[in-house]
Design a protein around this ligand. Structure first.
Ligand code: SF4
Length: 357
């Protein structure tokens, strides 16, 4: 391991980091709770987007005990806009597990950390190295890119064998004497220097970089074509009657699990939605279109949504679909909801006024 510490790649990277590191709040601590929280926030999220959420969540829940004691609705509301709500759910689950089964103490090794809900190899390695000084290398898209380019590796990073190969290489490179600094350096280098459009002229690793020497930068890392994006059509019916709206909480193992929404039908067209749910047919007498198709892009799906506002007279009766119930219109604001609905409300003055009561 001492030999690995002398690898010119690692030394150069760490020296570069000393001059270029951004001052970020989670880098000023070795508290595993704060590091874990920041890592979960930053999964699939850019630093600029995650930073306000980090401040908001650490202020609301300064310790793992506060997070474990929080109710899910409060957490989801604070998480609103970050997406990937399974992260928030796992955050809560893990906090409760650590408080109730481990007296609030975080596991201190990669092997134990990876058993926590929502903690994958990257997050476990980050916490193990930053909080506990364990020589566990972080391996993510940034690391694949840097290593593939510098060492000229042709392995398809979407292939199942890639993680093993790149982790083994990073394990050789990480110095046992300063694993946290190495991991921070390689992550920062991937964000700022060896980015998808790198600035090789100013790169301290350029002399040893095989991709640069062989003019293969745009070809590395090798990444086979990802699966085509799935396109889904959601038709929302905002059914309002006497100051109440009809809502439900998404339960299925699907996007937005646990979030709240209006009556929603997934179907190719409005006519098909009404055919699927015949009770809608008489309600459409009171409907007005709220939204022409809007597109909401998720990582592997594209949601095309349309919405109708259905304001029913007091005496109108119909059979409420299973799993739906009435709430006061003004209560909807308090519930965690998908960004798609937040945008719909923000863009519609009429709807906004109804929901403000
Ligand atoms: S020379 Fe360019 S491609 Fe090679 S490590 Fe530096 S920034 Fe990345």
């Amino acid at each position: 391991m001492k030999k690995a510490a002398r690898h010119p790649f690692s030394e150069t990277l760490i020296a570069w980091y000393k001059d270029h590191a951004r001052d970020l709040p989670w880098r000023r601590t070795n508290d595993p709770y704060i590091i874990w929280l920041s890592e979960i926030i930053l999964q699939q999220t850019r630093i600029a987007q995650g930073l306000p959420y980090f401040y908001k969540l650490t202020e609301a829940f300064p310790t793992v005990f506060d997070l474990a004691a929080a109710d899910e609705t409060t957490l989801f509301r604070l998480w609103q806009g970050l997406g990937y709500y399974s992260r928030a759910r796992n955050l809560h689950k893990t906090a409760k597990l650590i408080v109730h089964e481990n007296a609030g103490i975080f596991p201190s090794s990669y092997a134990e950390l990876i058993k926590l809900p929502g903690v994958g190899p990257y997050t476990a390695a980050a916490i193990a190295s930053f909080a506990f000084g364990e020589a566990s290398p972080v391996v993510d898209g940034n690391v694949y890119r840097i290593l593939a380019r510098y060492f000229g590796i042709e392995t398809d990073i979407l292939h199942t064998s890639a993680r093993k190969e790149f982790t083994a290489l990073a394990q050789e490179l990480i110095p046992a004497s300063d694993p946290a600094r190495f991991n921070q350096s390689i992550m920062e280098f991937g964000s700022l220097q060896c980015s998808p459009a790198p600035t090789c002229d100013a790169c301290p690793l350029v002399a040893g970089c095989l991709a640069f020497q062989q003019n293969r930068i745009s070809l590395l890392p090798v990444k086979s074509k990802a699966k085509p994006q799935r396109i889904r059509h959601f038709h929302y019916f905002i059914i309002e009657q006497g100051g109440r709206v009809l809502v439900h909480q998404r339960q299925a193992k699907d996007i937005w699990q646990g979030l709240w929404e209006f009556f929603c039908v997934e179907s190719a067209s409005l006519d098909e939605a009404i055919n699927l749910y015949p009770f809608l047919s008489p309600l459409m007498l009171y409907a007005q279109g709220l939204q022409t198709p809007a597109i909401h892009v998720l990582s592997h799906q594209k949601i095309v949504s349309e919405a109708s506002l259905v304001q029913l007279p007091e005496k109108f009766t119909f059979e409420i679909p299973a799993d739906y119930h009435w709430i006061l219109s003004s209560e909807f604001e308090q519930l965690g909801k998908p960004v798609l609905l937040l945008n719909l409300i923000t863009d519609n003055i009429a709807l906004k006024e109804i929901l403000e009561g």
